[in-house]
Design a protein around this ligand. Sequence first.
Ligand code: 16G
Length: 245
Amino acid sequence: MALSEEIGPLDDAGHAPLYLKLQDALRGAIERGQLRAQDALPPERELAQDFNVSRITVRKALDGLVAEGLLNRRQGAGTFVSGRVEKQFAKLTSFSEDMLSRGRAPSSEWLLKASGAVTPNEALMLSLSPGTPVYRFHRIRFADGSPMALEQSTIAGSCLPGVEAVDTSLYAALEAAGNRPVRALQRLRAVLFDEEQAALLHVEPKAPGLFIERRGFLEDGRTVEMTRSWYRGDAYDFVAELNAL
Ligand code: 16G
């Protein structure tokens, strides 16, 4: 079926340029779930015929959506809907759980997996006394093979049997040790990726990202984790439910 039949023709009222109308139609289809993560768009020539616009208009519309992060181009393969992930900000879930619940396959590349003595800053964040052992885990986190975030976790030494206890999921390892956090404090801010971060995440240097710092606590108030995450700005929507007081 032609895409225009599925998502409707371009809005013929209004004076917006055609490429913006095509962008609106495609953005709406992504938001309504008619076009889903990883779906391939028809080739530009077909889109032009289908929506009765020029190829230049199609190209311009797609360029804009690629820049917004809603679409991505893969060399030789075409244009695809990006897998933006909606993350519930108020739920204490792990990266692996977040991805699996969306039907995406989580994986990680290890940058560091080590034990050591707590640094003064970590001691402060984890409420540990100087010299206490900690474990450090630095990873690139992927969904279906696409890099989504960089993550650096410091875990109180008493909460895991050893550095090798963490295989694919940190929270699974903490849960197995009976030390999965039950409460957390998070702070979030906008950042621009530096060259090294950008290279690891396959984005342009200075691309926008979200920096999140999570401190996770046990039932008895002890701090288990201090994790700093740098999420790709084009990959995540953070969603929170708010209740009136
Ligand atoms: C999430 C958490 C992070 C936690 C990790 C465990 C945020 C902002 N951060 O990325 O604190 O350490 O999940 O994931 O959600 P894992 O169990 O898949 O290793």
